[in-house]
Design a protein around this ligand. Structure first.
Ligand SMILES: Cc1cc2nc3c(=O)[nH]c(=O)nc-3n(C[C@H](O)[C@H](O)[C@H](O)COP(=O)(O)OP(=O)(O)OC[C@H]3O[C@@H](n4cnc5c(N)ncnc54)[C@H](O)[C@@H]3O)c2cc1C
Length: 392
C-alpha cells in the first residue's frame, strides 16, 4: 500500500527523476506537467560525473551512455589561437573521470520511461495548476477540483512563476546575453571527446559539444553567444547574416554549419535564480526553479538530478518531513551557492561588451589557471565536485 501522496509540478529532468526516487520509497506520486504530452526536446548538454552517478542509481546510466559521448575535457581558445582553458577530467581522482555529452532527449526518454513503468506514478498532462501552500498540507487546484498532498515538489524549470508568491525572497534576473543553439554534425578533425570553445574578446563565443554517435558520424550541438539586441531581432533575415558570421568565425567548422536553416536554431534565454531557503512548510523547490545559472559551467541538469536524489535520501531517513527538508538543504546549500557564485563571476568573462572582462580573462585568469591548485579547482568545479555532499 502506498504510504503518502506527493505532487510533483513539472515533468522535466528533475521532476521525472524525483518521481522514480520517491515512488521507490513507497510514495504515491502525481506529476502535473504543463505540456500536453512528453517533451523529449532540447539540444544537448554536458552531464557531470555526479549526474551520471544519479542516473546509475536510477538504473538508466548504461542506456544513456549508449546514446551519448564521453567527454575527456574542455579546450577553450581565442580566435587568435591563444589557449584559455585546457581542462581534463582525468586529473580528478575518482571512479568516473569523464563528462558525458548528451542530447536532452536521451536523458528525458530514459527518465520518462522509467517513471511510466511505475504503477504508483500518475501523469496529468496539460495541467495549469494553482498551488496553495497556506496550510500544513499543500493543495493543488486543477480546474474545479482540489487535492491535498503530503508534500509538493516544484520542479517547473527556470521560466515558471509558480514559486513567486510562496518564495518572495527568491532572486530571479534574466541574463542579458542569450545563446543560439543548433544540432550539427561534428566537424572533421574535431576530437569527439572534447568540448570545443572559441572566443573573440568576450562578445563572440562559440562552442561545439559532441553529444551522440550516429551511423554517419558524430552529432554535436553548436552554441553561439547572442547579445540581448541580436536575440531580440533574430529573424529569418538576420539569421543569414549571423550564419555567415558563425562560419567565418570558425572556418574549420563551416562545412557542418552550411546546411543549417533558420528553423534549426533555437534562441535560449537564461536566468540567474537563487532561493535562500528553497522550502516552505511541505513545499520544496528543486532544479532550475530553485537555482539556475548561465549554461557556461554545464551544471543545470546535474544539479537538478542531485537535488532529486538527495531529497529521496533525506526523506528515507525516517525523520519528520521538516527535519528531512532541513537536512536536504544543509547538504545541498554550499554546492548550489558555490556554482551560482562561480557562474556569476565567470559569465561576464565570456559574454560581455566590456574590454576589461576579456582582458582580465586572457591575461590574468588564463595564466593563473595553470597554477596546479587553481587548475585542480577549475576541473573540480566543472565536474560538480566542489562541496558535493551525499548521504551515500
Ligand atoms: C523543452 C526543454 C528543452 C531544453 N533544452 C535544453 C538544452 O538544449 N540545453 C540545456 O542546457 N538545457 C536545456 N533545457 C533545460 C534543462 O533541461 C534544465 O536546465 C535542467 O535539466 C534542469 O531541469 P529541471 O527539471 O529543473 O527543469 P526542466 O527540465 O526545464 O523541466 C521543467 C518542466 O516543468 C514544466 N513546467 C513549466 N511550467 C510549468 C507549470 N506551470 N506547471 C506544470 N509544469 C510546468 C516544463 O514544461 C518542463 O517539462 C531544456 C528544458 C526544456 C523544458
Amino acid at each position: 500500500m502506498p504510504k503518502k501522496s506527493i505532487a510533483i509540478i513539472g515533468g522535466g529532468i528533475g521532476g521525472l527523476s524525483s518521481a522514480t526516487f520517491l515512488a521507490r520509497l513507497g510514495y504515491k506520486v502525481t506529476i502535473y506537467e504543463k505540456a500536453k504530452g512528453p517533451r523529449p526536446f532540447g539540444a544537448g548538454f554536458l552531464l557531470q560525473p555526479p549526474g551520471q552517478k544519479v542516473l546509475a542509481e536510477l538504473g538508466v546510466l548504461e542506456e544513456v551512455e549508449q546514446l551519448s559521448v564521453p567527454i575527456d575535457g574542455l579546450v577553450s581558445k581565442t580566435s587568435a589561437d591563444r589557449q584559455l582553458l585546457n581542462l581534463n577530467y582525468s586529473h580528478i581522482q575518482g571512479n568516473r573521470m569523464h563528462g558525458l555529452g548528451v542530447q536532452r532527449s536521451s536523458i528525458y526518454n530514459a527518465l520518462y520511461n522509467l517513471a511510466l513503468s511505475r504503477e504508483s506514478i500518475d501523469f496529468v498532462w496539460g495541467a495549469d495548476v494553482v498551488l496553495n501552500n497556506a496550510n500544513e498540507q499543500p493543495s493543488i487546484q486543477l480546474g474545479s477540483s482540489t487535492q491535498e498532498y503530503h508534500l509538493c515538489v516544484l520542479a517547473s524549470g527556470s521560466n515558471s512563476h509558480l514559486a513567486d508568491a510562496i518564495f518572495p525572497d527568491r532572486v530571479k534576473k534574466p541574463y542579458q546575453w542569450k545563446c543560439l543553439w543548433a544540432n550539427i554534425k561534428l566537424p572533421i578533425d574535431f576530437s569527439e571527446n572534447k568540448l570545443h570553445q572559441r572566443c573573440h574578446h568576450a562578445s563572440k563565443m562559440m562552442g561545439i559539444l559532441p553529444v551522440c554517435r550516429s551511423h554517419d558520424g558524430v552529432d554535436a550541438v553548436l552554441y553561439w553567444s547572442l547579445s540581448e539586441e541580436e536575440a531580440g531581432c533574430f529573424s529569418e533575415q538576420s539569421f543569414i547574416v549571423i550564419k555567415q558570421e558563425i562560419m567565418r568565425f570558425w572556418p574549420e567548422a563551416s562545412m557542418s554549419i552550411e546546411p543549417l536553416e533558420y528553423a534549426d536554431f533555437i534562441v535560449a534565454n537564461y536566468n540567474d535564480i537563487w532561493t535562500p531557503k528553497p522550502f516552505h512548510k511541505n513545499c520544496i523547490l528543486i532544479g532550475d526553479i530553485s537555482h539556475s545559472t548561465s549554461p557556461q559551467l554545464g551544471q543545470g541538469c546535474t544539479m537538478a538530478l542531485l537535488d532529486s536524489w538527495l531529497l529521496a535520501q533525506c526523506l528515507d531517513s525516517g525523520q519528520d518531513t521538516q527535519d528531512s527538508l532541513n537536512e536536504w538543504w544543509r547538504l545541498r546549500k554550499r554546492q548550489v551557492k558555490y556554482v551560482r557564485y562561480v557562474s556569476k563571476l565567470l559569465t561576464p568573462l565570456y559574454q560581455s561588451d566590456k574590454k576589461i572582462f576579456w582582458w582580465f580573462r586572457d591575461y590574468i585568469v588564463a595564466p593563473l589557471g595553470k597554477v596546479p591548485w587553481l587548475y585542480k579547482l577549475q576541473i573540480n568545479t566543472l565536474a560538480s565536485n566542489v562541496f558535493l555532499k551525499t548521504k551515500r
